[in-house]
Structures are given as C-alpha cells and as structure tokens.
Ligand binder design. Structure first.
Ligand code: PNS
Length: 183
C-alpha cells in the first residue's frame, strides 16, 4: 500500500518529518506532494521549487519517499498519479481534527479517496510552518523545530536578519566581558 502526504510544506517541519518517517515504515512508498492551499494564497515564504528542493534534501535518507507537486484538486492527483494510494495527513492536536475531518469527508465524497491519519509526537504539537516562519523572520533559533534543510533555507532567506542578530549578541558578549573582565 502506498500513501500520498500532501501539504504546503512552507517549509517542512520536524512534526511533518515525524509523521513522514513513521509512515515510511508502514507504507511501501510515500509521495510527498507539494500542493496549493487556497487559504494560504500569496502567503508563501518559499517558492514551489524551493519547497521541493528542501523536501528532497530532508528526505534523502528515506529511500521509499519521493517528492512531487500538483496544481489541482488532490482527488484528481490521487486518481491520475496515485490510483490505489491513500491520503496521509498528520494530526498535532484536537484543533487540527475539525479541519482535517471536513477535508477527509469531502475528498471521499468528491473523489472516493481514503485518508489515513498519523498523530504527530506530542513534542511537535506546538510546531507549525507558520510559527517557524515567524520566528525565523526575526532571526530566532528554529533548529529544533525543523529539519536541517529547512533551517538552512530559512537562514539563507533571512540572512541579513540572522547576521544582525548575531552581531548584536557578539556586541553584548563583548560589553559583558569589558564590564566583568575575569568572567
Ligand atoms: O499543509 P496544508 O496547507 O495544511 O495542506 C493543505 C492541502 C494543500 C493538502 C489542501 O489545501 C489541498 O488538498 N489542496 C489541494 C486542492 C484541493 O484538493 N482542495 C480540496 C480539499 S481542501
């Protein structure tokens, strides 16, 4: 049995990686498909190509995972590209469930597509791509919340902010050393 894990992945987080890694042990093949979310129109940080590059880099160690993209309805993708596969989605908390339940029912109604859920480990329950983007936009440390490929891409995207924050930290350190030379 194969699975399709669709999402915006802007960028992929450790929560996504947790769900994907566990799914890769359950299913023969998992396709990570970058799709368009109408609710997030025009609000992407990374281009489609950048998101796909990050996904490829983050999944090189998972031989049964491939990366793809599709611009239309998920059920059309399932029927045309992945007949017989199930849709895989991750759940972090009860708050995800309401939205996911609606979409799973709709996808079954309009395309007879089955959805399987994997619960993300509780340590990732507070991690979302949008929060990660926000923290990174201020030069904050997101290295625990995303795979290395995402962290590197976020640093490149906000290189000036990170450089400024690191310079400030270095300045603070030097000021402290001047005030307390023995420490
Ligand atoms: O990571 P996201 O943004 O929560 O993923 C949502 C996504 C992209 C899977 C969903 O918006 C989607 O399936 N988009 C494709 C268009 C579609 O089929 N829409 C109908 C179901 S909402």
């Amino acid at each position: 049995m194969n699975a399709v894990f669709p999402g915006s992945f802007d960028p992929i987080t450790s929560g996504h990686m947790d769900v994907l890694t566990r799914a890769a042990k359950i299913f023969d093949h998992v396709t990570l498909t970058v799709m368009h979310n109408a609710r997030k129109q025009g609000r992407h940080l990374f281009t489609l190509e950048e998101r796909m590059d990050i996904l490829r880099e983050a999944t090189t160690h998972l031989p049964n995972v491939r990366v793809d993209t599709f611009g239309g309805l998920l059920v059309d993708y399932m029927a045309r590209q992945e007949p017989g596969s199930v849709i895989l989605r991750g759940l972090r908390a009860v708050s995800d469930y309401e939205y996911e339940l609606q979409i799973a029912h709709l996808n079954r109604q309009i395309g007879d597509a089955e959805t399987v859920f994997i619960m993300a480990a509780t340590r990732w329950s507070f991690v979302s791509s949008s929060m990660v983007r926000e923290i990174a936009s201020y030069g904050g440390d997101v290295s625990e919340m995303v795979p290395r490929a995402s962290a590197a891409a976020l640093r490149r995207k906000h290189a000036d902010v990170y450089a400024e924050r690191e310079a400030e930290k270095e300045e603070q350190k030097q000021a402290q050393q001047r005030e307390q030379p023995g420490r």
